[in-house]
Design a protein around this ligand. Structure first.
Ligand SMILES: Nc1ncnc2c1ncn2[C@@H]1O[C@H](COP(=O)(O)OP(=O)(O)OP(=O)(O)O)[C@@H](O)[C@H]1O
Length: 572
């Protein structure tokens, strides 16, 4: 994990070098300071040379100014380094999530993904800045200070030798426990995020069921779990910080008493005693630094572990090495002995054989849950078939690049998903750099132009989150406009189950009819009246494709379709 963590420094080598060099110089200056004080007390003070004292003081002032400037560089550039690395990781994670296949989104909570892209990376940036730099500086200062202390007085310095293993034990012990505590905390905050995302996006459902109190209680239990796990992490941290504080202050006391004893017996000058005590403080700084890292390291690494877990998931639908970049397809689709199941072993499709010809409109009907949507999801490779093959124009879709395959297929779903933004932005999602004329043409062909003209801000009207300021019919037409712009040779229409008023329905049907012209069109149909004119109707049941033929042929046959038709006709 640590080796992988360091690869993120690669693009920022220059920044790291400047920051690191400045930090080393600051540490060296800090190491030199007590020696200067010792010399000041033992050599300069007894001489009584006031002008020399003043010149040395000016030298010390210069020393401070340089050190302050370098500290600024370390703080600013060091944080810049951390932020840059954090931003790179966030970008990499978002890009990775964009490339995931449907199965990943089926099984991953949105709140968890959001947590990993936001919170989990906060501490990583800090760790990237402080981690290697502080550890190196701490070791360097510690060894340097200890070596100088040995040269001042061996007996006094050896006391430190007894303290170090104790401190290392304490740090390691607490580190292990904190690692676990921070991991729990990250997983709990991800749950809190998931709950917020669920309750806020489902706020209308919550209120219509008047289940606010239930939601508040559910959130409360998640929030409380997060509080407890964070609290337990801080408990371990407080224990370790107090332990370190107690040990280090106890050490100063011992040095003071034993140093006084040595100076009485003439083995230590006053300057050496003061210098030694200053070095004890220099020696503690790295310990303080290490204990701060000790707080940061498990937090950062827990975030990094979760980052790696996500970054290491490989999408199950991938381009083959030799995948072909397809130009515009004609749209002859063939299913050959297709079997498919989702994650569970329960088979959804078995032995599907189907030929759909270029320009044909084929409607899929059948009981709910039979697999109509699943059949259509296999064509753009949202999922790969478990066995068998699907080909378009005689080429297996697995040997095409996903991008070129999908740019040949347009899907209008029953739940139209629109993005927060303007009408223009949402229409042009079908062709990102479409001109105003193209957008207007698409709006006209989807019968949206009168509605847009009636709005004070026209194409610049904000449609609200997921298009909530639009009616169901307007959303559908916007999705159709998007598809006119995309202009794919293959079209999949998942017909809306919710009934629209007759006039809106007619407008949408007309727009869809126009959209389907000269394209291979697959319609997942729920209302049989709308598919009268389909070239072919395929009846899908749990046992596979049960019947196919034209509307009239199937009615005449008197099978499943004729029964379904009879039931809907009677209801109407
Ligand atoms: N993402 C998924 N993960 C696991 N199982 C799924 C998934 N999507 C659908 N299923 C299951 O696959 C089966 C077929 O579902 P599918 O949506 O294809 O049916 P459908 O015929 O389109 O139904 P409807 O007419 O109700 O839309 C169902 O049993 C469903 O529970």
């Amino acid at each position: 994990m640590i080796r992988r963590f360091f690869t993120y420094y690669g693009p920022h080598k220059k920044l790291f070098t400047i920051d690191f060099t400045a930090a080393v110089i600051v540490a060296l200056l800090e190491l030199a300071f007590p020696l200067a004080v010792q010399w000041f007390i033992d050599s300069l003070l007894p001489s009584g040379n006031w002008s020399m004292i003043l010149s040395v003081s000016l030298g010390l002032l210069a020393f401070y100014i340089i050190s302050t400037f370098l500290q600024y560089i370390v703080n600013y550039l060091g944080h810049m380094l951390g932020i840059n690395i954090e931003t790179d990781m966030r970008q990499q994670l978002f890009t990775h999530v964009q490339r995931q296949s449907f199965r990943f989104f089926d099984n991953t909570k949105t709140g968890h993904i959001m947590s990993r892209i936001t919170n989990d990376l906060f501490d990583l940036g800090e760790l990237a800045h402080h981690g290697p730099e502080d550890i190196f500086i701490a070791c360097m200062t510690f060894i340097g200070a200890f070596w100088i202390m040995l040269t001042i007085n061996v007996k006094l310095a050896l006391i430190a030798v007894f303290m170090v293993p104790l401190l290392i034990w304490l740090i390691t012990f607490c580190n292990l426990r904190m690692n676990k505590a921070w991991s729990n905390m990250y997983s709990d905050i991800a749950d809190v995020n998931s709950r917020v995302e669920d309750s806020v996006s489902g706020a209308r459902v919550v209120q219509s069921f008047t289940n606010e109190a239930f939601e508040i209680n559910r959130f409360k239990s998640n929030n409380e779990r997060f509080r407890l796990s964070k609290l337990s992490a801080y408990k371990v941290m407080s224990f370790s910080l107090s332990g370190i504080y107690m040990m280090t202050r106890f050490f100063v006391l011992i040095v003071l008493v034993y140093g006084a004893w040595l100076s009485f017996s003439g083995e230590l000058t006053y300057g050496e005693l003061v210098g030694f005590i200053l070095y004890v403080n220099v020696l503690f700084k790295p310990i303080d630094k290490i204990s701060a890292i000790m707080e940061l390291y498990p937090k950062g690494m827990a975030g990094f572990k979760r980052f790696l877990e996500l970054i290491d998931t490989t999408p199950d639908v991938l381009d083959q090495d030799e995948a072909i970049e397809m130009a515009t397809l004609k749209g002859n689709i063939r299913f050959k002995d297709v079997n498919f199941h989702y994650d569970s072993s329960k088979s959804i499709l078995e032995g599907i054989n189907l030929q759909i010809n270029q320009g044909e409109t084929v409607a899929f009907v059948g009981p709910s849950g039979a697999g109509k949507t699943t059949i259509c999801s296999l064509i753009p490779r949202f999922y790969d078939v478990t066995s068998g093959a699907i080909s378009i124009d005689g080429i297996d879709i697995r040997s095409m690049t996903k991008k070129s395959l999908r740019s040949n297929i347009g899907i209008v779903q029953q739940d139209v998903f629109l993005f927060t933004g303007t009408i223009r932005e949402n229409i042009s999602y079908g062709k990102l750099h479409a001109s105003q004329e193209e957008i207007e043409d698409a709006a006209r062909r989807s019968h949206l132009q009168d509605f847009i003209a009636s709005l004070p801000n026209g194409y610049e009207t904000q449609i609200g989150e997921r298009g909530l300021k639009l009616s169901g019919g307007q959303k559908q037409r916007l999705a159709i406009a998007r598809m006119f712009l995309k202009n794919p040779p293959i079209l999949i229409l998942d017909e809306a189950t919710s009934a629209l008023d007759t006039e809106t329905e007619m407008i949408i049907q007309t727009a869809l009819y126009e959209l389907a012209k000269n394209r291979t069109t697959l319609i997942i149909a729920h209302r049989l009246a709308t598919i009268r004119n389909a070239n072919r109707i395929v009846v899908v049941t749990e046992d596979g494709i049960a019947e196919q033929g034209t509307h009239d042929e199937l009615i005449e046959k008197g099978g499943i379709f004729a029964n379904l038709h009879q039931v809907q006709f009677q209801q109407q």
